[in-house]
Design a protein around this ligand. Structure first.
Ligand code: FES
Length: 321
């Protein structure tokens, strides 16, 4: 977590929300003062399990006006890299953890006429904090919460008992109440912003619906912590400082290949294109950007890339390493 301030926290509570989702409440240890955060922020949680180290990003789901604690929800993923299993099985109340200061890549757009929040499954988490902010702003908003089966949604009892309940619409696809994205987006007043957090197919559905009705791209916002696809054509990466040339095969990332060959020492944190820690300057060639960190302008400039996830557009890339 080199680019982020590290914070020592204590797990003060763990609640089972569903059979696969737990909520963790984190309070500062004796040396820490928790920085305030804005709604939509995430933190990285550092986990050490023997020789393995994980740094997973989780949205903060408590109110940004609650300055005494951070709350995150962790879904136990069947095929996780280990982080979610660690949180579920090895973390107990009273344990100390290291987390990063909050960072926000999914903030509410200032001045939006209306905010439309679309959550798929565990993608509800960043919206749990946005609801507090939107109420505080007295903003116009709706939350559409989509899930497959009536038995699986996290936080619905809490939402339905909250002051936000009239703004929440649940869409259960197994019951035939799937969200009609085309209809929703075509009826939005001008100046609305749409925020989506969920699966790749939900994100794509929103993108396509927006395109169909000419909804402006810059008013669409997406939160997605795991890169769906880091694979692609093989290419050569050249490390300019040492002159080392490496072949990046179609299944590996540049970072993995450099680490495997011990060709340079690279700092990394999320390894999912979220945190920016592995940002590297491009000297020759063009990147096929897959990250969620760089802005559109930064991507277009082809000045730098996130080597934990992005690839080359051509056959060769020269990096300032
Ligand atoms: S390690 Fe976080 S963006 Fe690459």
């Amino acid at each position: 977590m080199s680019t982020y301030q590290k914070l020592g926290v204590i797990v003060s509570d763990i609640e089972t929300i569903t059979p696969t989702i737990k909520r963790f409440t984190l309070i500062p240890d004796e040396n820490t003062q928790l920085p305030s955060f804005t709604s939509g922020s995430h933190i990285f949680v550092q986990m050490r399990d023997g020789d393995n180290q994980y740094n997973n990003a989780y949205s903060l789901l408590n109110s940004p006006f609650d300055e005494q604690r951070y709350q995150i929800a962790v879904k136990r993923e069947e095929y996780s890299r280990g982080g979610s299993a660690f949180m579920h099985e090895k973390v107990a109340i009273g344990n100390k953890l290291i987390v990063s200061e909050p960072n926000n890549l999914f903030a509410l757009a200032p001045g939006a006429k209306k905010h439309i929040l679309i959550a798929g499954g565990i993608g509800i988490t960043p919206f749990m904090s946005h609801l507090h902010e939107l109420e505080q702003q007295n903003a116009e908003y709706e939350l559409h919460y989509c899930y497959r089966n009536a038995g699986e949604p996290a936080f619905t009892p809490e939402l339905m008992a909250s002051r936000f309940k009239d703004k929440v619409v649940c869409h259960i696809s197994s019951k035939g109440s799937r969200l009609e994205l085309d209809t929703l987006i075509s009826r939005l007043p001008e100046g609305s912003h749409v925020y989506t957090c969920g699966s790749h197919s939900l994100n794509e559905g929103v993108r396509q619906a927006a395109q169909k009705v000419g909804f402006p791209d810059q008013q669409l916002h997406f939160e997605q912590f795991a890169i769906e696809d880091k694979t692609g054509d093989a290419f050569t990466v050249v490390l300019a400082k040492s002159g080392v040339e490496l072949e990046v095969d179609s299944e590996s990332t540049i970072l993995q290949v450099i680490e495997r060959n011990k060709a340079a020492s690279i700092e990394s944190l999320c390894r999912e294109g979220v945190c920016g820690t592995c940002e590297t300057m491009i000297l020759e060639g063009e990147a096929d950007h897959r990250d969620q960190y760089l802005s559109d302008e930064e991507r277009k400039s082809q000045t730098s890339m996130l080597i934990c996830c992005s690839r080359a557009k051509g056959k060769r890339l020269v990096l300032d390493l």
